[in-house]
Design a protein around this ligand. Structure first.
Ligand SMILES: *Cc1c(COP(=O)(O)O)cnc(C)c1O
Length: 396
């Protein structure tokens, strides 16, 4: 009666209608003789979204966090030295997981608003002449702060100092929405999930694994960290026959088929460009709002999938989110951890278009003014409109 509740959080994202309908089917037999044909084509196409030809992809019935755990358990041993950096809630949680699983973490603390400290990593790698560092971890898109890091630059740093460490990338909020090149960038383990760029409900942990990481898996000491549910070996054995070692989330796999058809049909390049255009409109709006600014410290860090926005001095971001939700039926992302109360987020990834984002900007604007911000009504929307009018979509 009163329209839809609008979702502008950085995951779960809006599920496109064709994807939703593709999952509205009767339960099916996951041991049916024709199931392998479906699975093998699906995994093959999933690789295309990761931009890889060699290696493997794994799909676990879990959230993205399960795929993180799998990446670590299957390729590293307890006590292995790894490089990590912390600059937001998600990179923070990954460090926490690595420590709890027993890795020896050399952590760089970075100001929130910036990303992976490439120079710092490079210096540590260069100093590690005995090659004790086994892996370098990068959160490509820090969803808490709206910061995107340069993964190609991390690969270049590894190559320049001739270091053999594996490259781990958290791409949960970037893969299938921001440029990501598994093979070109020499990424060894890339983690994603179903509910962000893939435009599905939560429930699939998705992992891209290079040939080098598959070799590391063979060498890993099973007596160390141990693994069972997330074991690569079990998954490989059954995936090679087109099945899974336990009940797969068949509905979500059907949805993934549809979402991959949409993404690959448009072309990944087009998908990345579309996200850039959508994001830029939001950034123009933020720039037009007096007293508001992006949490990301400069355009080189700004994310194309989520913008974290500081509210003006004295305006509690929680009031903005509350007002948007109750008064304008619009969900905005909250400020996580130390950004709580200081910032809110607009998720601009997945199934969205400029008019939907003008709605999000309008809701945020009204809620900001209601919460005491001295901004001009319509100023952000007008700035976004200018950008969307001046640019042409490249499809999808
Ligand atoms: C959402 C997100 C996660 C966590 O994924 P879940 O599916 O919630 O487990 C991890 N890293 C990043 C960057 C994310 O955006």
């Amino acid at each position: 009666m009163n329209g839809t509740q609008h979702l502008f959080i950085p995951g779960p994202t809006n599920v496109p209608e064709p994807v939703r309908q593709s999952m509205n089917i009767p339960m099916e037999d996951m041991r049916a003789p024709d199931f392998p044909d479906f699975v093998q084509r699906l995994l093959c196409d999933l690789k295309k979204a990761f931009r890889m030809e060699g290696g493997r992809v794994f799909v676990f019935p879990s959230s993205g966090t399960g795929a993180w755990e799998s990446a670590i358990q299957n390729t590293l041993n307890i006590g292995d030295k790894v490089l990590m950096s912390r600059f937001g809630q998600f990179s923070l949680l990954w460090v926490d997981m690595a420590e709890r699983l027993g890795l020896n973490v050399d952590m760089s603390e970075v100001e929130w608003g910036k990303g992976v400290p490439v120079e710092d990593y490079k210096a540590k790698l260069a100093a590690d002449t005995k090659h004790e560092i086994r892996a370098v971890f990068c959160t490509q898109n820090e969803t808490a702060t709206g910061v995107t890091s340069d993964i190609a630059a991390v690969r270049a740093a590894l190559d320049e100092v001739g270091h053999p460490a594996m490259l781990f990338v958290d791409g949960v909020s970037s893969i299938a929405s921001i440029e990501f090149e598994m093979e070109k960038w020499g990424v060894d383990l890339a983690v994603s999930g179903s509910q962000k760029g893939f435009m599905l409900p939560a429930g699939l942990g998705i992992l891209g694994v290079s040939d080098k990481a598959l070799e590391a898996n063979k060498a890993v000491d099973n007596a160390g960290m141990g693994r069972c549910y997330f074991s690569f070996e079990d998954m490989i054995k059954l995936n090679d026959t087109g099945y899974f070692p336990y009940t797969p989330a068949t509905q979500l796999l059907r949805g993934l088929r549809c979402s991959l058809d949409m993404l690959l049909g448009a072309g990944m390049q087009t998908v990345w460009e579309r996200h850039n255009r959508l994001a830029e409109g939001v950034r123009r709006a933020v720039a037009a709002w007096d007293g508001c600014e992006l949490v990301s410290r400069g355009p080189e860090w700004a994310s194309d999938t989520v913008s974290a926005i500081y509210t003006p001095e004295g305006v509690d971001a929680r009031d903005v989110i509350w007002g948007a939700y109750y008064k304008y039926q619009t969900s905005l992302g909250t400020g996580l951890n130390k950004l709580m109360g200081k910032a809110f987020r607009i998720g601009h990834l997945g199934s969205l278009n400029p008019v939907m984002l003008c709605g999000a900007i309008s809701a945020a604007e009204m809620a900001l003014i209601d919460a005491g911000a001295k901004i001009e009504a319509g100023s952000g929307v007008a700035a976004a409109q200018e950008h969307y009018r001046a640019t042409t979509p490249t499809g999808m």
